[in-house]
Write a protein that binds this ligand. Structure first.
Ligand SMILES: *Cc1c(COP(=O)(O)O)cnc(C)c1O
Length: 415
């Protein structure tokens, strides 16, 4: 990839850290459901002179001169995203998922308005109304839940709460939910009370773009997604909406929320959208889901409690309670084996969010490396051995060596 010769001569301290992180990524296994590895082309697009440009405003209406090429780049990104998601309008400027969501609330709501979103410990996101987040501070959120027995969103309850509370907006789309979302039912409920429908597909966007999961874009009012999770682009986000909301959404992003867009990142978004439009990406998405299914089955065979009993997408939450350790302990044991995961709450978690009962596992990153179902089975046996022998340093060291060996056999694309 890059030879880094300029950082090497100008700033060895920074290069040293970059090199250590490169080594960590190449030798360790990434099972964090929100992470992925970008292609060399995406990485190259980010490291370009487009970072030098101020381009506040929109195509043909900028507040700075010299934006002809920037306009071209943004239209390319927009056209590709529209095709990918069958969207009427796309704003490619949001800096990341949370700012994109802030812009959506700003576009459709006034502070204090009532909104319905999924509870954080049931799989929702901070920006869906959690009290410590701007969303919970500025808007009056009511939260719905998953059914604790099935682990699935209880749509009858959603309907009941929506009809009672009459929120101005209903939010669907989650961070730690392993099942298909019943978008149509959400839409039907929202229509009954005249509420706006907002889908946050940050996690599943790549699977939706590949046609492997149901796409809410054609019938929801507004949809946001990050570009760096299953979509496998640079860190960032986009907002998609119906034609009639274009002005509201664009004004909320700029001048409402943001100043100058990050055009080098928009270039990288365009590259990633181009990649996602190719047939290989559909194969990738299918394999991500097949790997996740195998992983959930293997965990279940070994007596692990997978929330909702399995997965329809790229992730799963596993309750560690019956294995005698907390999510945080499991995270740190696996860290010692070179396996990165994120602790996660389980629905109605009796433990606090900093030390929750579960672990979230995801397959987007390992699938990009080329791991298939056979390797996934091996990975689960390592995870199980690490958890069963969590006090035995030699066992953990041996697993660490085996993990490293497999990782080196499946190099990440940008190294
Ligand atoms: C990851 C995520 C976000 C936030 O994205 P950032 O880029 O980290 O701000 C928003 N919503 C959902 C559902 C997410 O999973």
């Amino acid at each position: 990839m890059f030879d880094y010769k300029n950082i090497h001569s100008e700033d060895p301290a920074v290069l040293e850290i970059i090199k250590k992180e490169t080594r960590r990524q190449s030798e360790e296994m990434e099972l964090i459901a929100s992470e992925n590895y970008v292609s060399k082309a995406v990485l190259e697009a980010m490291a370009t002179v487009l970072t030098n440009k101020y381009s506040e405003g929109y195509i043909g209406h900028r507040y700075y001169g010299g934006n002809q090429m920037i306009d071209e780049m943004e239209s390319l990104a927009i056209e590709r995203a529209k095709k990918l998601f069958n969207a009427e309008h796309v704003n490619v400027q949001p800096l990341s998922g949370s700012p994109a969501n802030a812009a959506v609330y700003m576009a459709f709501l006034k502070p204090g308005d009532k909104v319905l979103g999924l509870k954080l410990d049931h799989g929702g996101h901070l920006s869906h109304g959690h009290p410590v987040n701007f969303s919970g501070m500025l808007y009056n959120f009511t939260q719905y839940e998953v059914d604790v027995k099935t682990g699935r969103i209880d749509m009858a309850k959603v309907r009941e709460i929506a009809l009672r509370e009459k929120p101005k907006m209903i939010v669907a789309g989650y961070s730690a939910y392993s099942r298909e979302v019943e978008w149509e039912k959400f839409k039907e409920i929202a229509d009954k009370i005249g509420a706006f429908t907002f889908a946050d597909i940050a996690h599943t966007a790549g699977l939706i773009a590949a046609g492997e999961m149901v796409n809410p874009v054609p019938f929801f009012d507004v949809v946001t997604t990050t570009t760096h999770k299953t979509l496998r682009g640079p860190r960032g986000a986009i907002i998609m909406c119906k034609e009639k909301f274009v002005k509201l959404v664009d004004r909320a992003v700029f001048p409402g929320m943001q100043g100058g867009p990050h055009e080098h990142i928009i270039a990288a978004k365009a590259v990633a959208f181009g990649e996602a439009l190719k047939p290989e990406f559909k194969q990738y998405a299918k394999q991500v889901m097949a790997n996740a299914k195998t992983m959930a089955e293997e965990f279940t065979k070994l007596g692990y409690q997978v929330i909702s009993g399995g997965t329809d997408n790229h992730l799963m939450v596993v309750d560690m309670t019956n294995k005698g350790l907390s999510g945080k302990e499991a995270e740190s044991v696996l860290d010692r084996c070179g396996i990165s995961v994120s602790r996660s709450t389980i629905p109605n978690d009796p433990n606090p969010p900093m030390n929750p009962s579960g672990v979230r596992f995801g397959t987007p990153a390992i699938t990009t490396r080329g791991l298939g179902q056979e390797e996934v089975k091996k990975v689960v046996t390592w995870i199980n051995a690490a958890i069963e022998h969590k006090e035995e340093t030699e066992v953990l060291e041996k697993i660490r060596e085996e993990v490293k060996e497999m990782c080196l056999k499946f190099p990440i694309p940008s190294i």
